[in-house]
Design a protein around this ligand. Structure first.
Ligand SMILES: CC(C)(COP(=O)(O)OP(=O)(O)OC[C@H]1O[C@@H](n2cnc3c(N)ncnc32)[C@H](O)[C@@H]1OP(=O)(O)O)[C@@H](O)C(=O)NCCC(=O)NCCS
Length: 234
């Protein structure tokens, strides 16, 4: 069971939200969760980074070793990865399909993980496919362990992922962030990312698919609605 789902984990997370987003932030998140079965509103911000330009150099406030996870790492870090909601079987499938998992380790402890994909991902919150163009790849599901947040780990790990993308011939990095994820939104520009699109998704009970605003095929990134719904692989 991950720390996020135990009683203690929920309490710790609530405290963390109050600390960083205030009581209003906790209220907003609680309300969103309570309304989830009948009303869902999402706003996603998209960012890109030109990988042909020099990648900024940043230092975390703890020693960090970053690397691409191997099959052996999935076994060695199986327990630790569960804390990041990464299960070994699912991770193996993703690695087999060509995605990369990166690990950031501080003196033997896994502190940050994140994925990179080179194939067009389906974004559940907005029911749209991010249609990758030649040279593009994107990051997804990055996470710093709750006990290690605020130490500059994510920016360093994210830039390492950019190095990996570039080493595989990519010229553009794309990512998206839920708009109210303040911890991740305000650090994007420091990492050399440029905001490109904002997409709203509205869904109320009874609607088959969410209504989208801003999910255009034109511009960067190119977003398209899948023909089938729900998607066979979803
Ligand atoms: C978003 C996230 C990856 C940032 O990781 P991180 O390693 O803490 O990143 P940083 O150290 O650069 O901190 C980023 C901001 O988080 C906030 N922060 C600092 N300490 C924090 C803590 N203990 N807890 C929560 N947020 C904290 C600060 O605003 C900080 O920015 P600042 O240093 O300019 O003040 C991390 O909060 C996380 O894993 N969140 C849950 C998963 C998630 O949202 N992933 C991103 C999906 S797009």
């Amino acid at each position: 069971m991950s720390t996020a789902t135990t009683g203690k984990g929920v309490l710790a997370r609530a405290r963390e939200i109050v600390h960083w987003e205030g009581a209003l932030g906790l209220l907003r998140r609680g309300l969103r969760r309570a309304l989830h079965p009948v009303l869902r509103v999402h706003r996603l911000l998209f960012f890109e980074m030109d990988l042909t330009q020099p990648i900024p150099k940043l230092e975390a406030r703890v020693p960090l070793e970053t690397r691409v996870a191997s099959e052996e790492d999935l076994d060695a870090f199986e327990e630790a990865l569960r804390e990041f909601e990464v299960d070994a079987a699912g991770a193996r499938q993703r690695l087999a399909s060509g995605d990369l998992l990166t690990l950031a380790i501080s003196r033997g402890t896994l502190v940050n993980v994140g994925w990179i994909t080179f194939s067009s991902p389906y974004i559940d919150e907005i029911d749209a496919i991010l249609d990758l163009r030649p040279g593009e790849s994107c990051g997804y599901q990055a996470m710093t362990h709750p006990s290690w947040r605020g130490l500059g780990t994510q920016p360093v790990a994210a830039l390492f992922r950019n190095e990996c993308q570039r080493a595989r011939g990519c010229t553009r990095h794309i990512s998206w962030v839920v708009a109210d994820n303040a911890a991740n939104v305000h650090t994007q520009s420091v990492r050399g990312r440029r905001r490109t699109k904002a997409v709203w998704a509205f869904w109320v009970l009874g609607m088959r698919r969410p209504f989208l605003v801003g999910a255009t095929r034109e511009g960067s990134p190119s977003l398209i609605r899948p023909k089938e719904f729900p998607r066979p692989s979803a």
